[in-house]
Ligand binder design. Structure first.
Ligand code: PGA
Length: 239
């Protein structure tokens, strides 16, 4: 793991976006694993700025998102699909035909197999962006007794429901989600995990300094050959 600490979210976003845009310039059809939530937003803003300045084109990039809620229509404003359209896809030249997304309303086994096959057919993920949950989850892989492999349907933990409920104002937050598994994440060529704020400090410490255990799913990244951890000072406070 390479760990870097920054003063501002903007610096983190610039660092992550520079790496991603560099990859896209070198390999225009590269495969990006994308995350939702607050953590990647400054990165997406920088990617949009690079696109608007004419310094990068995403038209041949293929993308796979980490997760999607179950029991929520894809076009609901709180779906992760809508999040990505609003915060990245609609503001760049990403071709929607090249966008891969889990369907939270499809049967679990078939959907997991479909997603694994689609990622494989694309040649695997070159760069995977990740956030981390306050409980150490990555994507929606909540703390549990074993590491998962391919995409699966997860019952969200109380901690996740508490953290994400703030985004749901008209309907109750879904209790289940489809998420890429730990194995699918670990097969990415490079991982960039972003964590900011004091609420992430304990999870960041457990990820980096704790034992590798599915009770802190992010700790598995200690075993990844190319994992870059971008933190602000508050998230790094317990290191
Ligand atoms: P956040 O979520 O980026 O909104 O903090 C991260 C996560 O729960 O994985």
């Amino acid at each position: 793991m390479e760990i870097r600490v920054f003063r501002t979210d903007a610096e983190i976003g610039k660092t992550a976006a520079d790496i991603i845009c560099g990859c896209v310039r070198e390999k225009p059809s590269c495969v990006l694993g994308l995350a939702t939530g607050a953590s990647p937003l400054p990165t997406y803003r920088e990617m949009i700025a690079e696109y608007e300045a004419g310094r990068v084109s995403f038209k041949d990039v293929r993308t796979f998102n980490l997760d999607e809620y179950c029991d929520l229509p894809r076009d609901h404003k709180n779906s992760y699909y809508s999040f990505m359209v609003e915060n990245l896809f609609s503001k760049t030249d990403i071709d929607m035909a090249n966008v891969g997304f889990l369907d939270g309303n499809a049967p679990e086994k078939e959907e997991s197999e479909r997603y694994a096959a689609a990622i494989k057919a694309a040649g695997g993920i070159d760069i995977q962006i990740l956030g981390i949950g306050r409980n150490g989850h990555i994507a929606f892989n909540e703390p549990s007794d074993e590491f998962t492999d391919e995409a699966w349907k997860v019952k969200l933990s109380d901690s996740t429901i508490e953290a994400n409920s703030i985004y749901f104002d008209d309907i109750p937050m879904p209790r289940y989600a489809m998420t890429m598994g730990i194995g699918s994440i670990m097969r990415a060529g490079k991982i960039i995990l972003i964590a900011t704020g004091a609420s992430k400090a304990q999870a960041v410490k457990d990820m980096i300094k704790g034992e590798v255990t599915p009770h802190c799913p992010a700790s598995v990244l200690q075993r990844h050959a190319d994992a870059l951890i971008l933190l602000d000072e508050a998230a790094a406070a317990l290191l």
